[in-house]
Design a protein around this ligand. Structure first.
Ligand SMILES: [Zn+2]
Length: 292
């Protein structure tokens, strides 16, 4: 994400988790439908004890997608969201999370790890990709992770117009019958967490499918038409030149936490980067704690 922001105008403001605290990097949107009127972008978790541990273990057996499972974990652990008592929300609260910004959900999830287990995260083994040196137990302070926050004057649901390098004609049925339209640009919104919920085991294994799900969930119109676009045909007509660029536009617009660390190899001195696996069994397991 960093090298993209150097070349293009990036208005996102970069902070660390330590600086941002329990405040969402993008923010919440009020929803009539879900009777959700947040006062701000704050969040707060309950204490995590055996009662929660046992409930989470039960949820884990039901969920096949790690995104959906993360939704259930956050739902269970939230005490407040947007200054509102989470327990007083009705059953639409799962949809509030489903439609929240992907980056905000990810941010809360990382913060839950910090609040419940502490800020030290240990890679049990980290191998240098250049020389193969094994950095035994590499410990990261999660509070130092970078977070790109949306500019204050940018609404949560703002869209970006992406001009297609390879426009195409699209024939579809409307109320007036069959119409043919030339699709020249797409409107891109911040990805809702929903896309992560849709990425199940099989999709997660396939980078192409994952990209498709993310782009589909982030489309919010074409040309001058704004609104929900649920047509596989538009997605199916996109060329690599465009969807690879759209993928990057989405990543920048989404902003949010950087879930990777980089450092110099203590043996060869070259700079490596390593993703942090945020799946529950890795991120919230005792194996991620520094040895005692
Ligand atoms: Zn090395």
């Amino acid at each position: 994400m960093a090298n993209l922001s150097k070349k293009t105008k990036n208005k996102n403001e970069r902070k660390t988790i330590r600086e941002l605290g329990r405040m969402l990097p993008i923010g919440l949107k009020a929803s009539e439908q879900f009777k959700f009127k947040p006062k701000d972008g704050s969040f707060k978790f309950k204490d995590w004890g055996f009662k929660e541990e046992e409930e989470i273990a039960k949820l884990k057996q039901d969920e096949s997608s790690s995104g959906r499972f993360a939704t259930r974990v956050l739902d269970l652990m939230l005490e407040e969201l947007g200054g509102l008592k989470w327990s007083e929300m009705d059953e639409t609260r799962l949809l509030v999370l489903n439609q929240a910004c992907l980056s905000d959900m990810m941010y809360m999830y990382i913060h839950l790890r910090i609040d419940s287990m502490g800020h030290e995260f240990a890679f049990s083994h980290l191998t240098c990709p250049f020389c193969g040196h094994d950095h035994e137990e590499y410990v990261v302070d999660l509070r130092d992770l970078d977070v790109d926050c949306s500019p204050k004057d940018d609404p949560v649901d703002s869209t970006i117009d992406y001009k297609l390098l390879k426009p195409f004609s699209w024939e579809h049925n409307s109320k007036a019958g069959k119409v043919e339209e030339k699709i020249e640009s797409l409107k891109i919104r911040r990805s809702p967490w929903q896309v992560m919920e849709e990425i199940t085991g099989e999709t997660a294994q396939n980078e192409g499918l994952t990209k498709r799900v993310i782009i589909k969930g982030s489309l919010q119109g074409y040309n001058d038409t704004e609104g929900y676009v649920d047509d596989e045909k538009i997605i199916g007509r996109l060329q690599k030149a465009d969807y690879e660029r759209i993928d990057r536009v989405i990543a920048r617009h989404n902003a949010g936490p950087t879930i990777s660390v980089s450092d110099k190899c203590e043996s060869c001195g070259k700079k490596w980067a390593q993703q942090i696996n945020w799946s529950y069994d890795y991120f919230l397991a005792s194996s991620s704690l520094p040895s005692v």
